[in-house]
Design a protein around this ligand. Structure first.
Ligand SMILES: NC(=O)c1ccc[n+]([C@@H]2O[C@H](COP(=O)([O-])OP(=O)(O)OC[C@H]3O[C@@H](n4cnc5c(N)ncnc54)[C@H](OP(=O)(O)O)[C@@H]3O)[C@@H](O)[C@H]2O)c1
Length: 318
């Protein structure tokens, strides 16, 4: 039977907001489980969305909120520990465990899980990536046999509301003088948020995706330095970008990791030691043509008139 109602954890975030809109256009209703539903009332504006206050530490509350859904999607993730006591193990491992247990009890047979490219339980030093890898392994194992699980492993995701392009845009604007860039040679294949949510939608009712893991990448590979230079050019910011060596990159991570909001942490530095690129792109396996960053970037960062053109472009893309 086709999915009609999906419960989403993390549905109020960057990817979640795009996903909820895509599901709405596909005629699928979203029930968004949030710690702070009052902050996200705007999500309900187009209809087809209900917000439910849930404490993610309480399996009973998750269970009650899930009852009656055809599927559950878990998008919850943090890039750094510390905000309101959040830590990687709790958010990336214990919460997905609870979601699987609650889904089983609620009789839900479908789970889409958001992981990250290079997530690996046993390899690598970044706690973000090892915890994501552990969670991914656990949800596939714990779900069996009742809950059919599919995982998605994107490279960095770009699009309206992202915290990648927009963050660099803000930093480039605010920091006086030359811009010191850590890990300039790290490589990425930035993937467009509309392509990511399309992957979720296509997988939802497709049995061939059960127990599969999809790496998701854009069509081009860039170094971080090349990306930041593109962002600066698209935003019309002209300033020298200083590519830092490894020692200075570590130092920057140590210093910025102590600042409020952790603009760049040592764990971020560690995760950037592995290139975020796909060997086999899951978008192709799902029949989705990956969108190039250059076809979107100019519309995200230029003045209002161009942003209007960007909404027209989005309508054309999807
Ligand atoms: N953005 C990227 O480039 C990228 C790349 C690869 C993988 N991913 C993964 O994709 C997922 C979505 O990313 P995103 O950029 O959309 O993230 P986001 O905008 O930060 O949203 C994440 C959502 O998770 C919930 N959340 C945050 N901290 C939490 C905590 N401590 N406990 C429980 N819930 C918490 C929040 O929902 P409420 O406040 O409503 O509860 C928030 O809306 C994450 O799992 C991320 O690791 C993202």
């Amino acid at each position: 039977m086709a999915t009609k109602l999906v419960s989403i954890l993390g549905g109020t975030g960057f990817v979640g907001t795009h996903l909820v809109n895509r599901l709405r256009r596909a005629g699928i209703e979203s029930r968004v489980l949030s710690r702070h539903p009052q902050r996200h009332r705007g999500l309900q504006a187009g209809g087809g969305v209900t917000l439910h206050k849930v404490d993610p530490k309480d399996e009973e509350q998750i269970h009650h909120a899930l009852v009656g859904s055809d599927a559950v999607i878990n998008l919850v993730g943090i890039l750094n520990e510390g905000a309101h006591g959040a830590d990687f193990r709790n958010v990336h491992v214990a919460l997905p465990d609870r979601v699987v247990a609650a889904a089983r009890r609620a009789g839900i047979r479908r789970l889409l899980h958001m992981s990250a490219l290079n997530a690996n339980e046993s390899h690598g030093a970044s706690a973000y990536l090892t915890s994501k890898g552990e969670a991914e392994n656990r949800v596939h194992t714990l779900g069996k046999p009742a809950v059919k699980v599919t995982s998605f492993r994107p490279s960095v995701i770009f699009g309206p509301g992202d915290s990648f392009i927009n963050r660099f845009d803000q930093l480039l604007r605010k920091l006086p003088g030359p811009f010191p860039l850590a890990c300039p040679h790290s490589r990425f294949a930035p993937v467009y948020v509309s392509d990511v949510v399309e992957a979720f939608l296509r997988a939802l009712d497709d049995k061939r995706t059960w127990d599969q893991h999809y790496d998701l990448c854009g069509p081009e590979v860039y170094t971080l330095e090349a990306l930041v230079r593109r962002i600066a050019a698209a935003a019309g910011i002209s300033k020298p970008i200083i590519a830092l060596g490894d020692g200075a990159s570590r130092l920057q991570a140590r210093v910025l990791g102590k600042m409020p909001g952790k603009p760049f942490s040592y764990d971020n530095y560690l995760s950037l030691q592995t290139d975020s690129i796909c060997n086999s792109n899951g978008l192709e396996r799902l029949g989705i043509e990956a969108t190039a960053i250059d076809s979107v970037l100019p519309y995200m960062l230029t003045p209002k008139a161009s942003r209007r053109r960007y909404s027209e472009l989005r309508r054309c893309i999807r």
